[in-house]
Design a binder for this molecule. Sequence first.
Ligand code: AMP
Ligand code: MG
Length: 418
Amino acid sequence: MAQLSDDCFAFGGPMMSVDEAVAIIAARVTAIEDTETVALEHADGRVLASGIKAALALPPFTNSAVDGYAVRGADLAGGGEQTFPVSGRIQAGALAGDTIATGVAVRIFTGAPMPAGADTVFMQEDVRIDAAGNVVLPQGLKVGANVRPSGEDIAEGNSVLSAGQRLRPQDIALVAALGLTSVEVKRRLRVAVFSTGNEVVSPGAPRAAAQLFDSNRFMLTAMLKRLGCEVADLGILRDDRIALALALKQAAAGHDLILTSGGVSTGEEDHIKVAVESVGSLVLWRMAIKPGRPVAMGIINGKPFIGLPGNPVASFVTFTYVVRPTVQALSGTPRRRQMPIPVRSAFTYSKKMGRREYVRVSLREGADGMLEAVKFPREGAGLLSSLVETDGLVELGEDATIVKPGQTVGFLDYSSLI
Ligand code: AMP
Ligand code: MG
């Protein structure tokens, strides 16, 4: 398991930008090394441990792209229709048979191998069959049309997938097309998740008047699972330094990452800081991000620890910008910048210079067909409805101070964030 040094997240400055935080994580968290072999049907979302080269060209043999008639391109003359006798028939999966004779057409179907000598296929929709059973070919088809040459998709020996890549359905299709039945992937990360706070109780448990049901643990678990992690739900910890310290230390023994929510501010009832410092080392990053507040990063027994803020929206947003890059670094996945989609703002918003802010928005289609972002009417970081009733976040960069209706802004769909 990867071990990190105690001061790996140390940072001297007062307020850290999101990009700085992400760069520190990427530079200082090392990937786990353990790998396992999984069958293709279990490979979705897994991280490739080593690159894959094509041991087979794709397509493996030259074949017809359409149902039609194969001919020699050299037999095609310039002006007018041409009539060829039809000699032979090749179905998909059948052998190509003999070399095509000069001046004839071979009936052929999509995916069937081209007979040697033939290099062009007329689509059946473009030809006629005359009374004698010959095929009448129109003029003007280019030599080589409607043929898929062997290796046009992927040449034999090419690198097709790289180590660290998270497999998507289309990647798995490619691996299958190469004839492989399994892939070597990183083992799943084991992440321990806790909620903290005396006011937080599990759904299903009795709730006192001043308590609320834990929502963060379920949200964070779901987000981690979408990132391919194996999650250990370790319940709710009370605002008690000693209990917290003990639980965190135990969790560090069997997990690659420890994640908590709540208790990371610096009030006297926020105990995460002291607890982590008693069993490891901790830095609190005041990140220039809204919604956000401080995020705690630390090391316990060589394992990264992340303490997210308790407010659900702050937890959600900081997960994306702190936990996600950490999970990627631990699994050896190169980080890709999320790419906001340009949409038109339908709202007015002013923000602080130097801070990155995320506005919860719904999308609608404007009168001219362009997508417009409509801001959720309220802004509290505790409003779950603001996440549930919207489609994503508008990202406002550090330099922006005001957004006006009609302006183009960058939109991130929730599904692209996790
Ligand atoms: P804290 O970060 O501990 O100061 O908590 C900030 C706010 O988030 C408080 O109102 C907490 O009650 C709330 N909160 C903390 N943890 C959770 C949780 N697991 N689920 C829902 N709300 C929470
Ligand atoms: Mg608290």
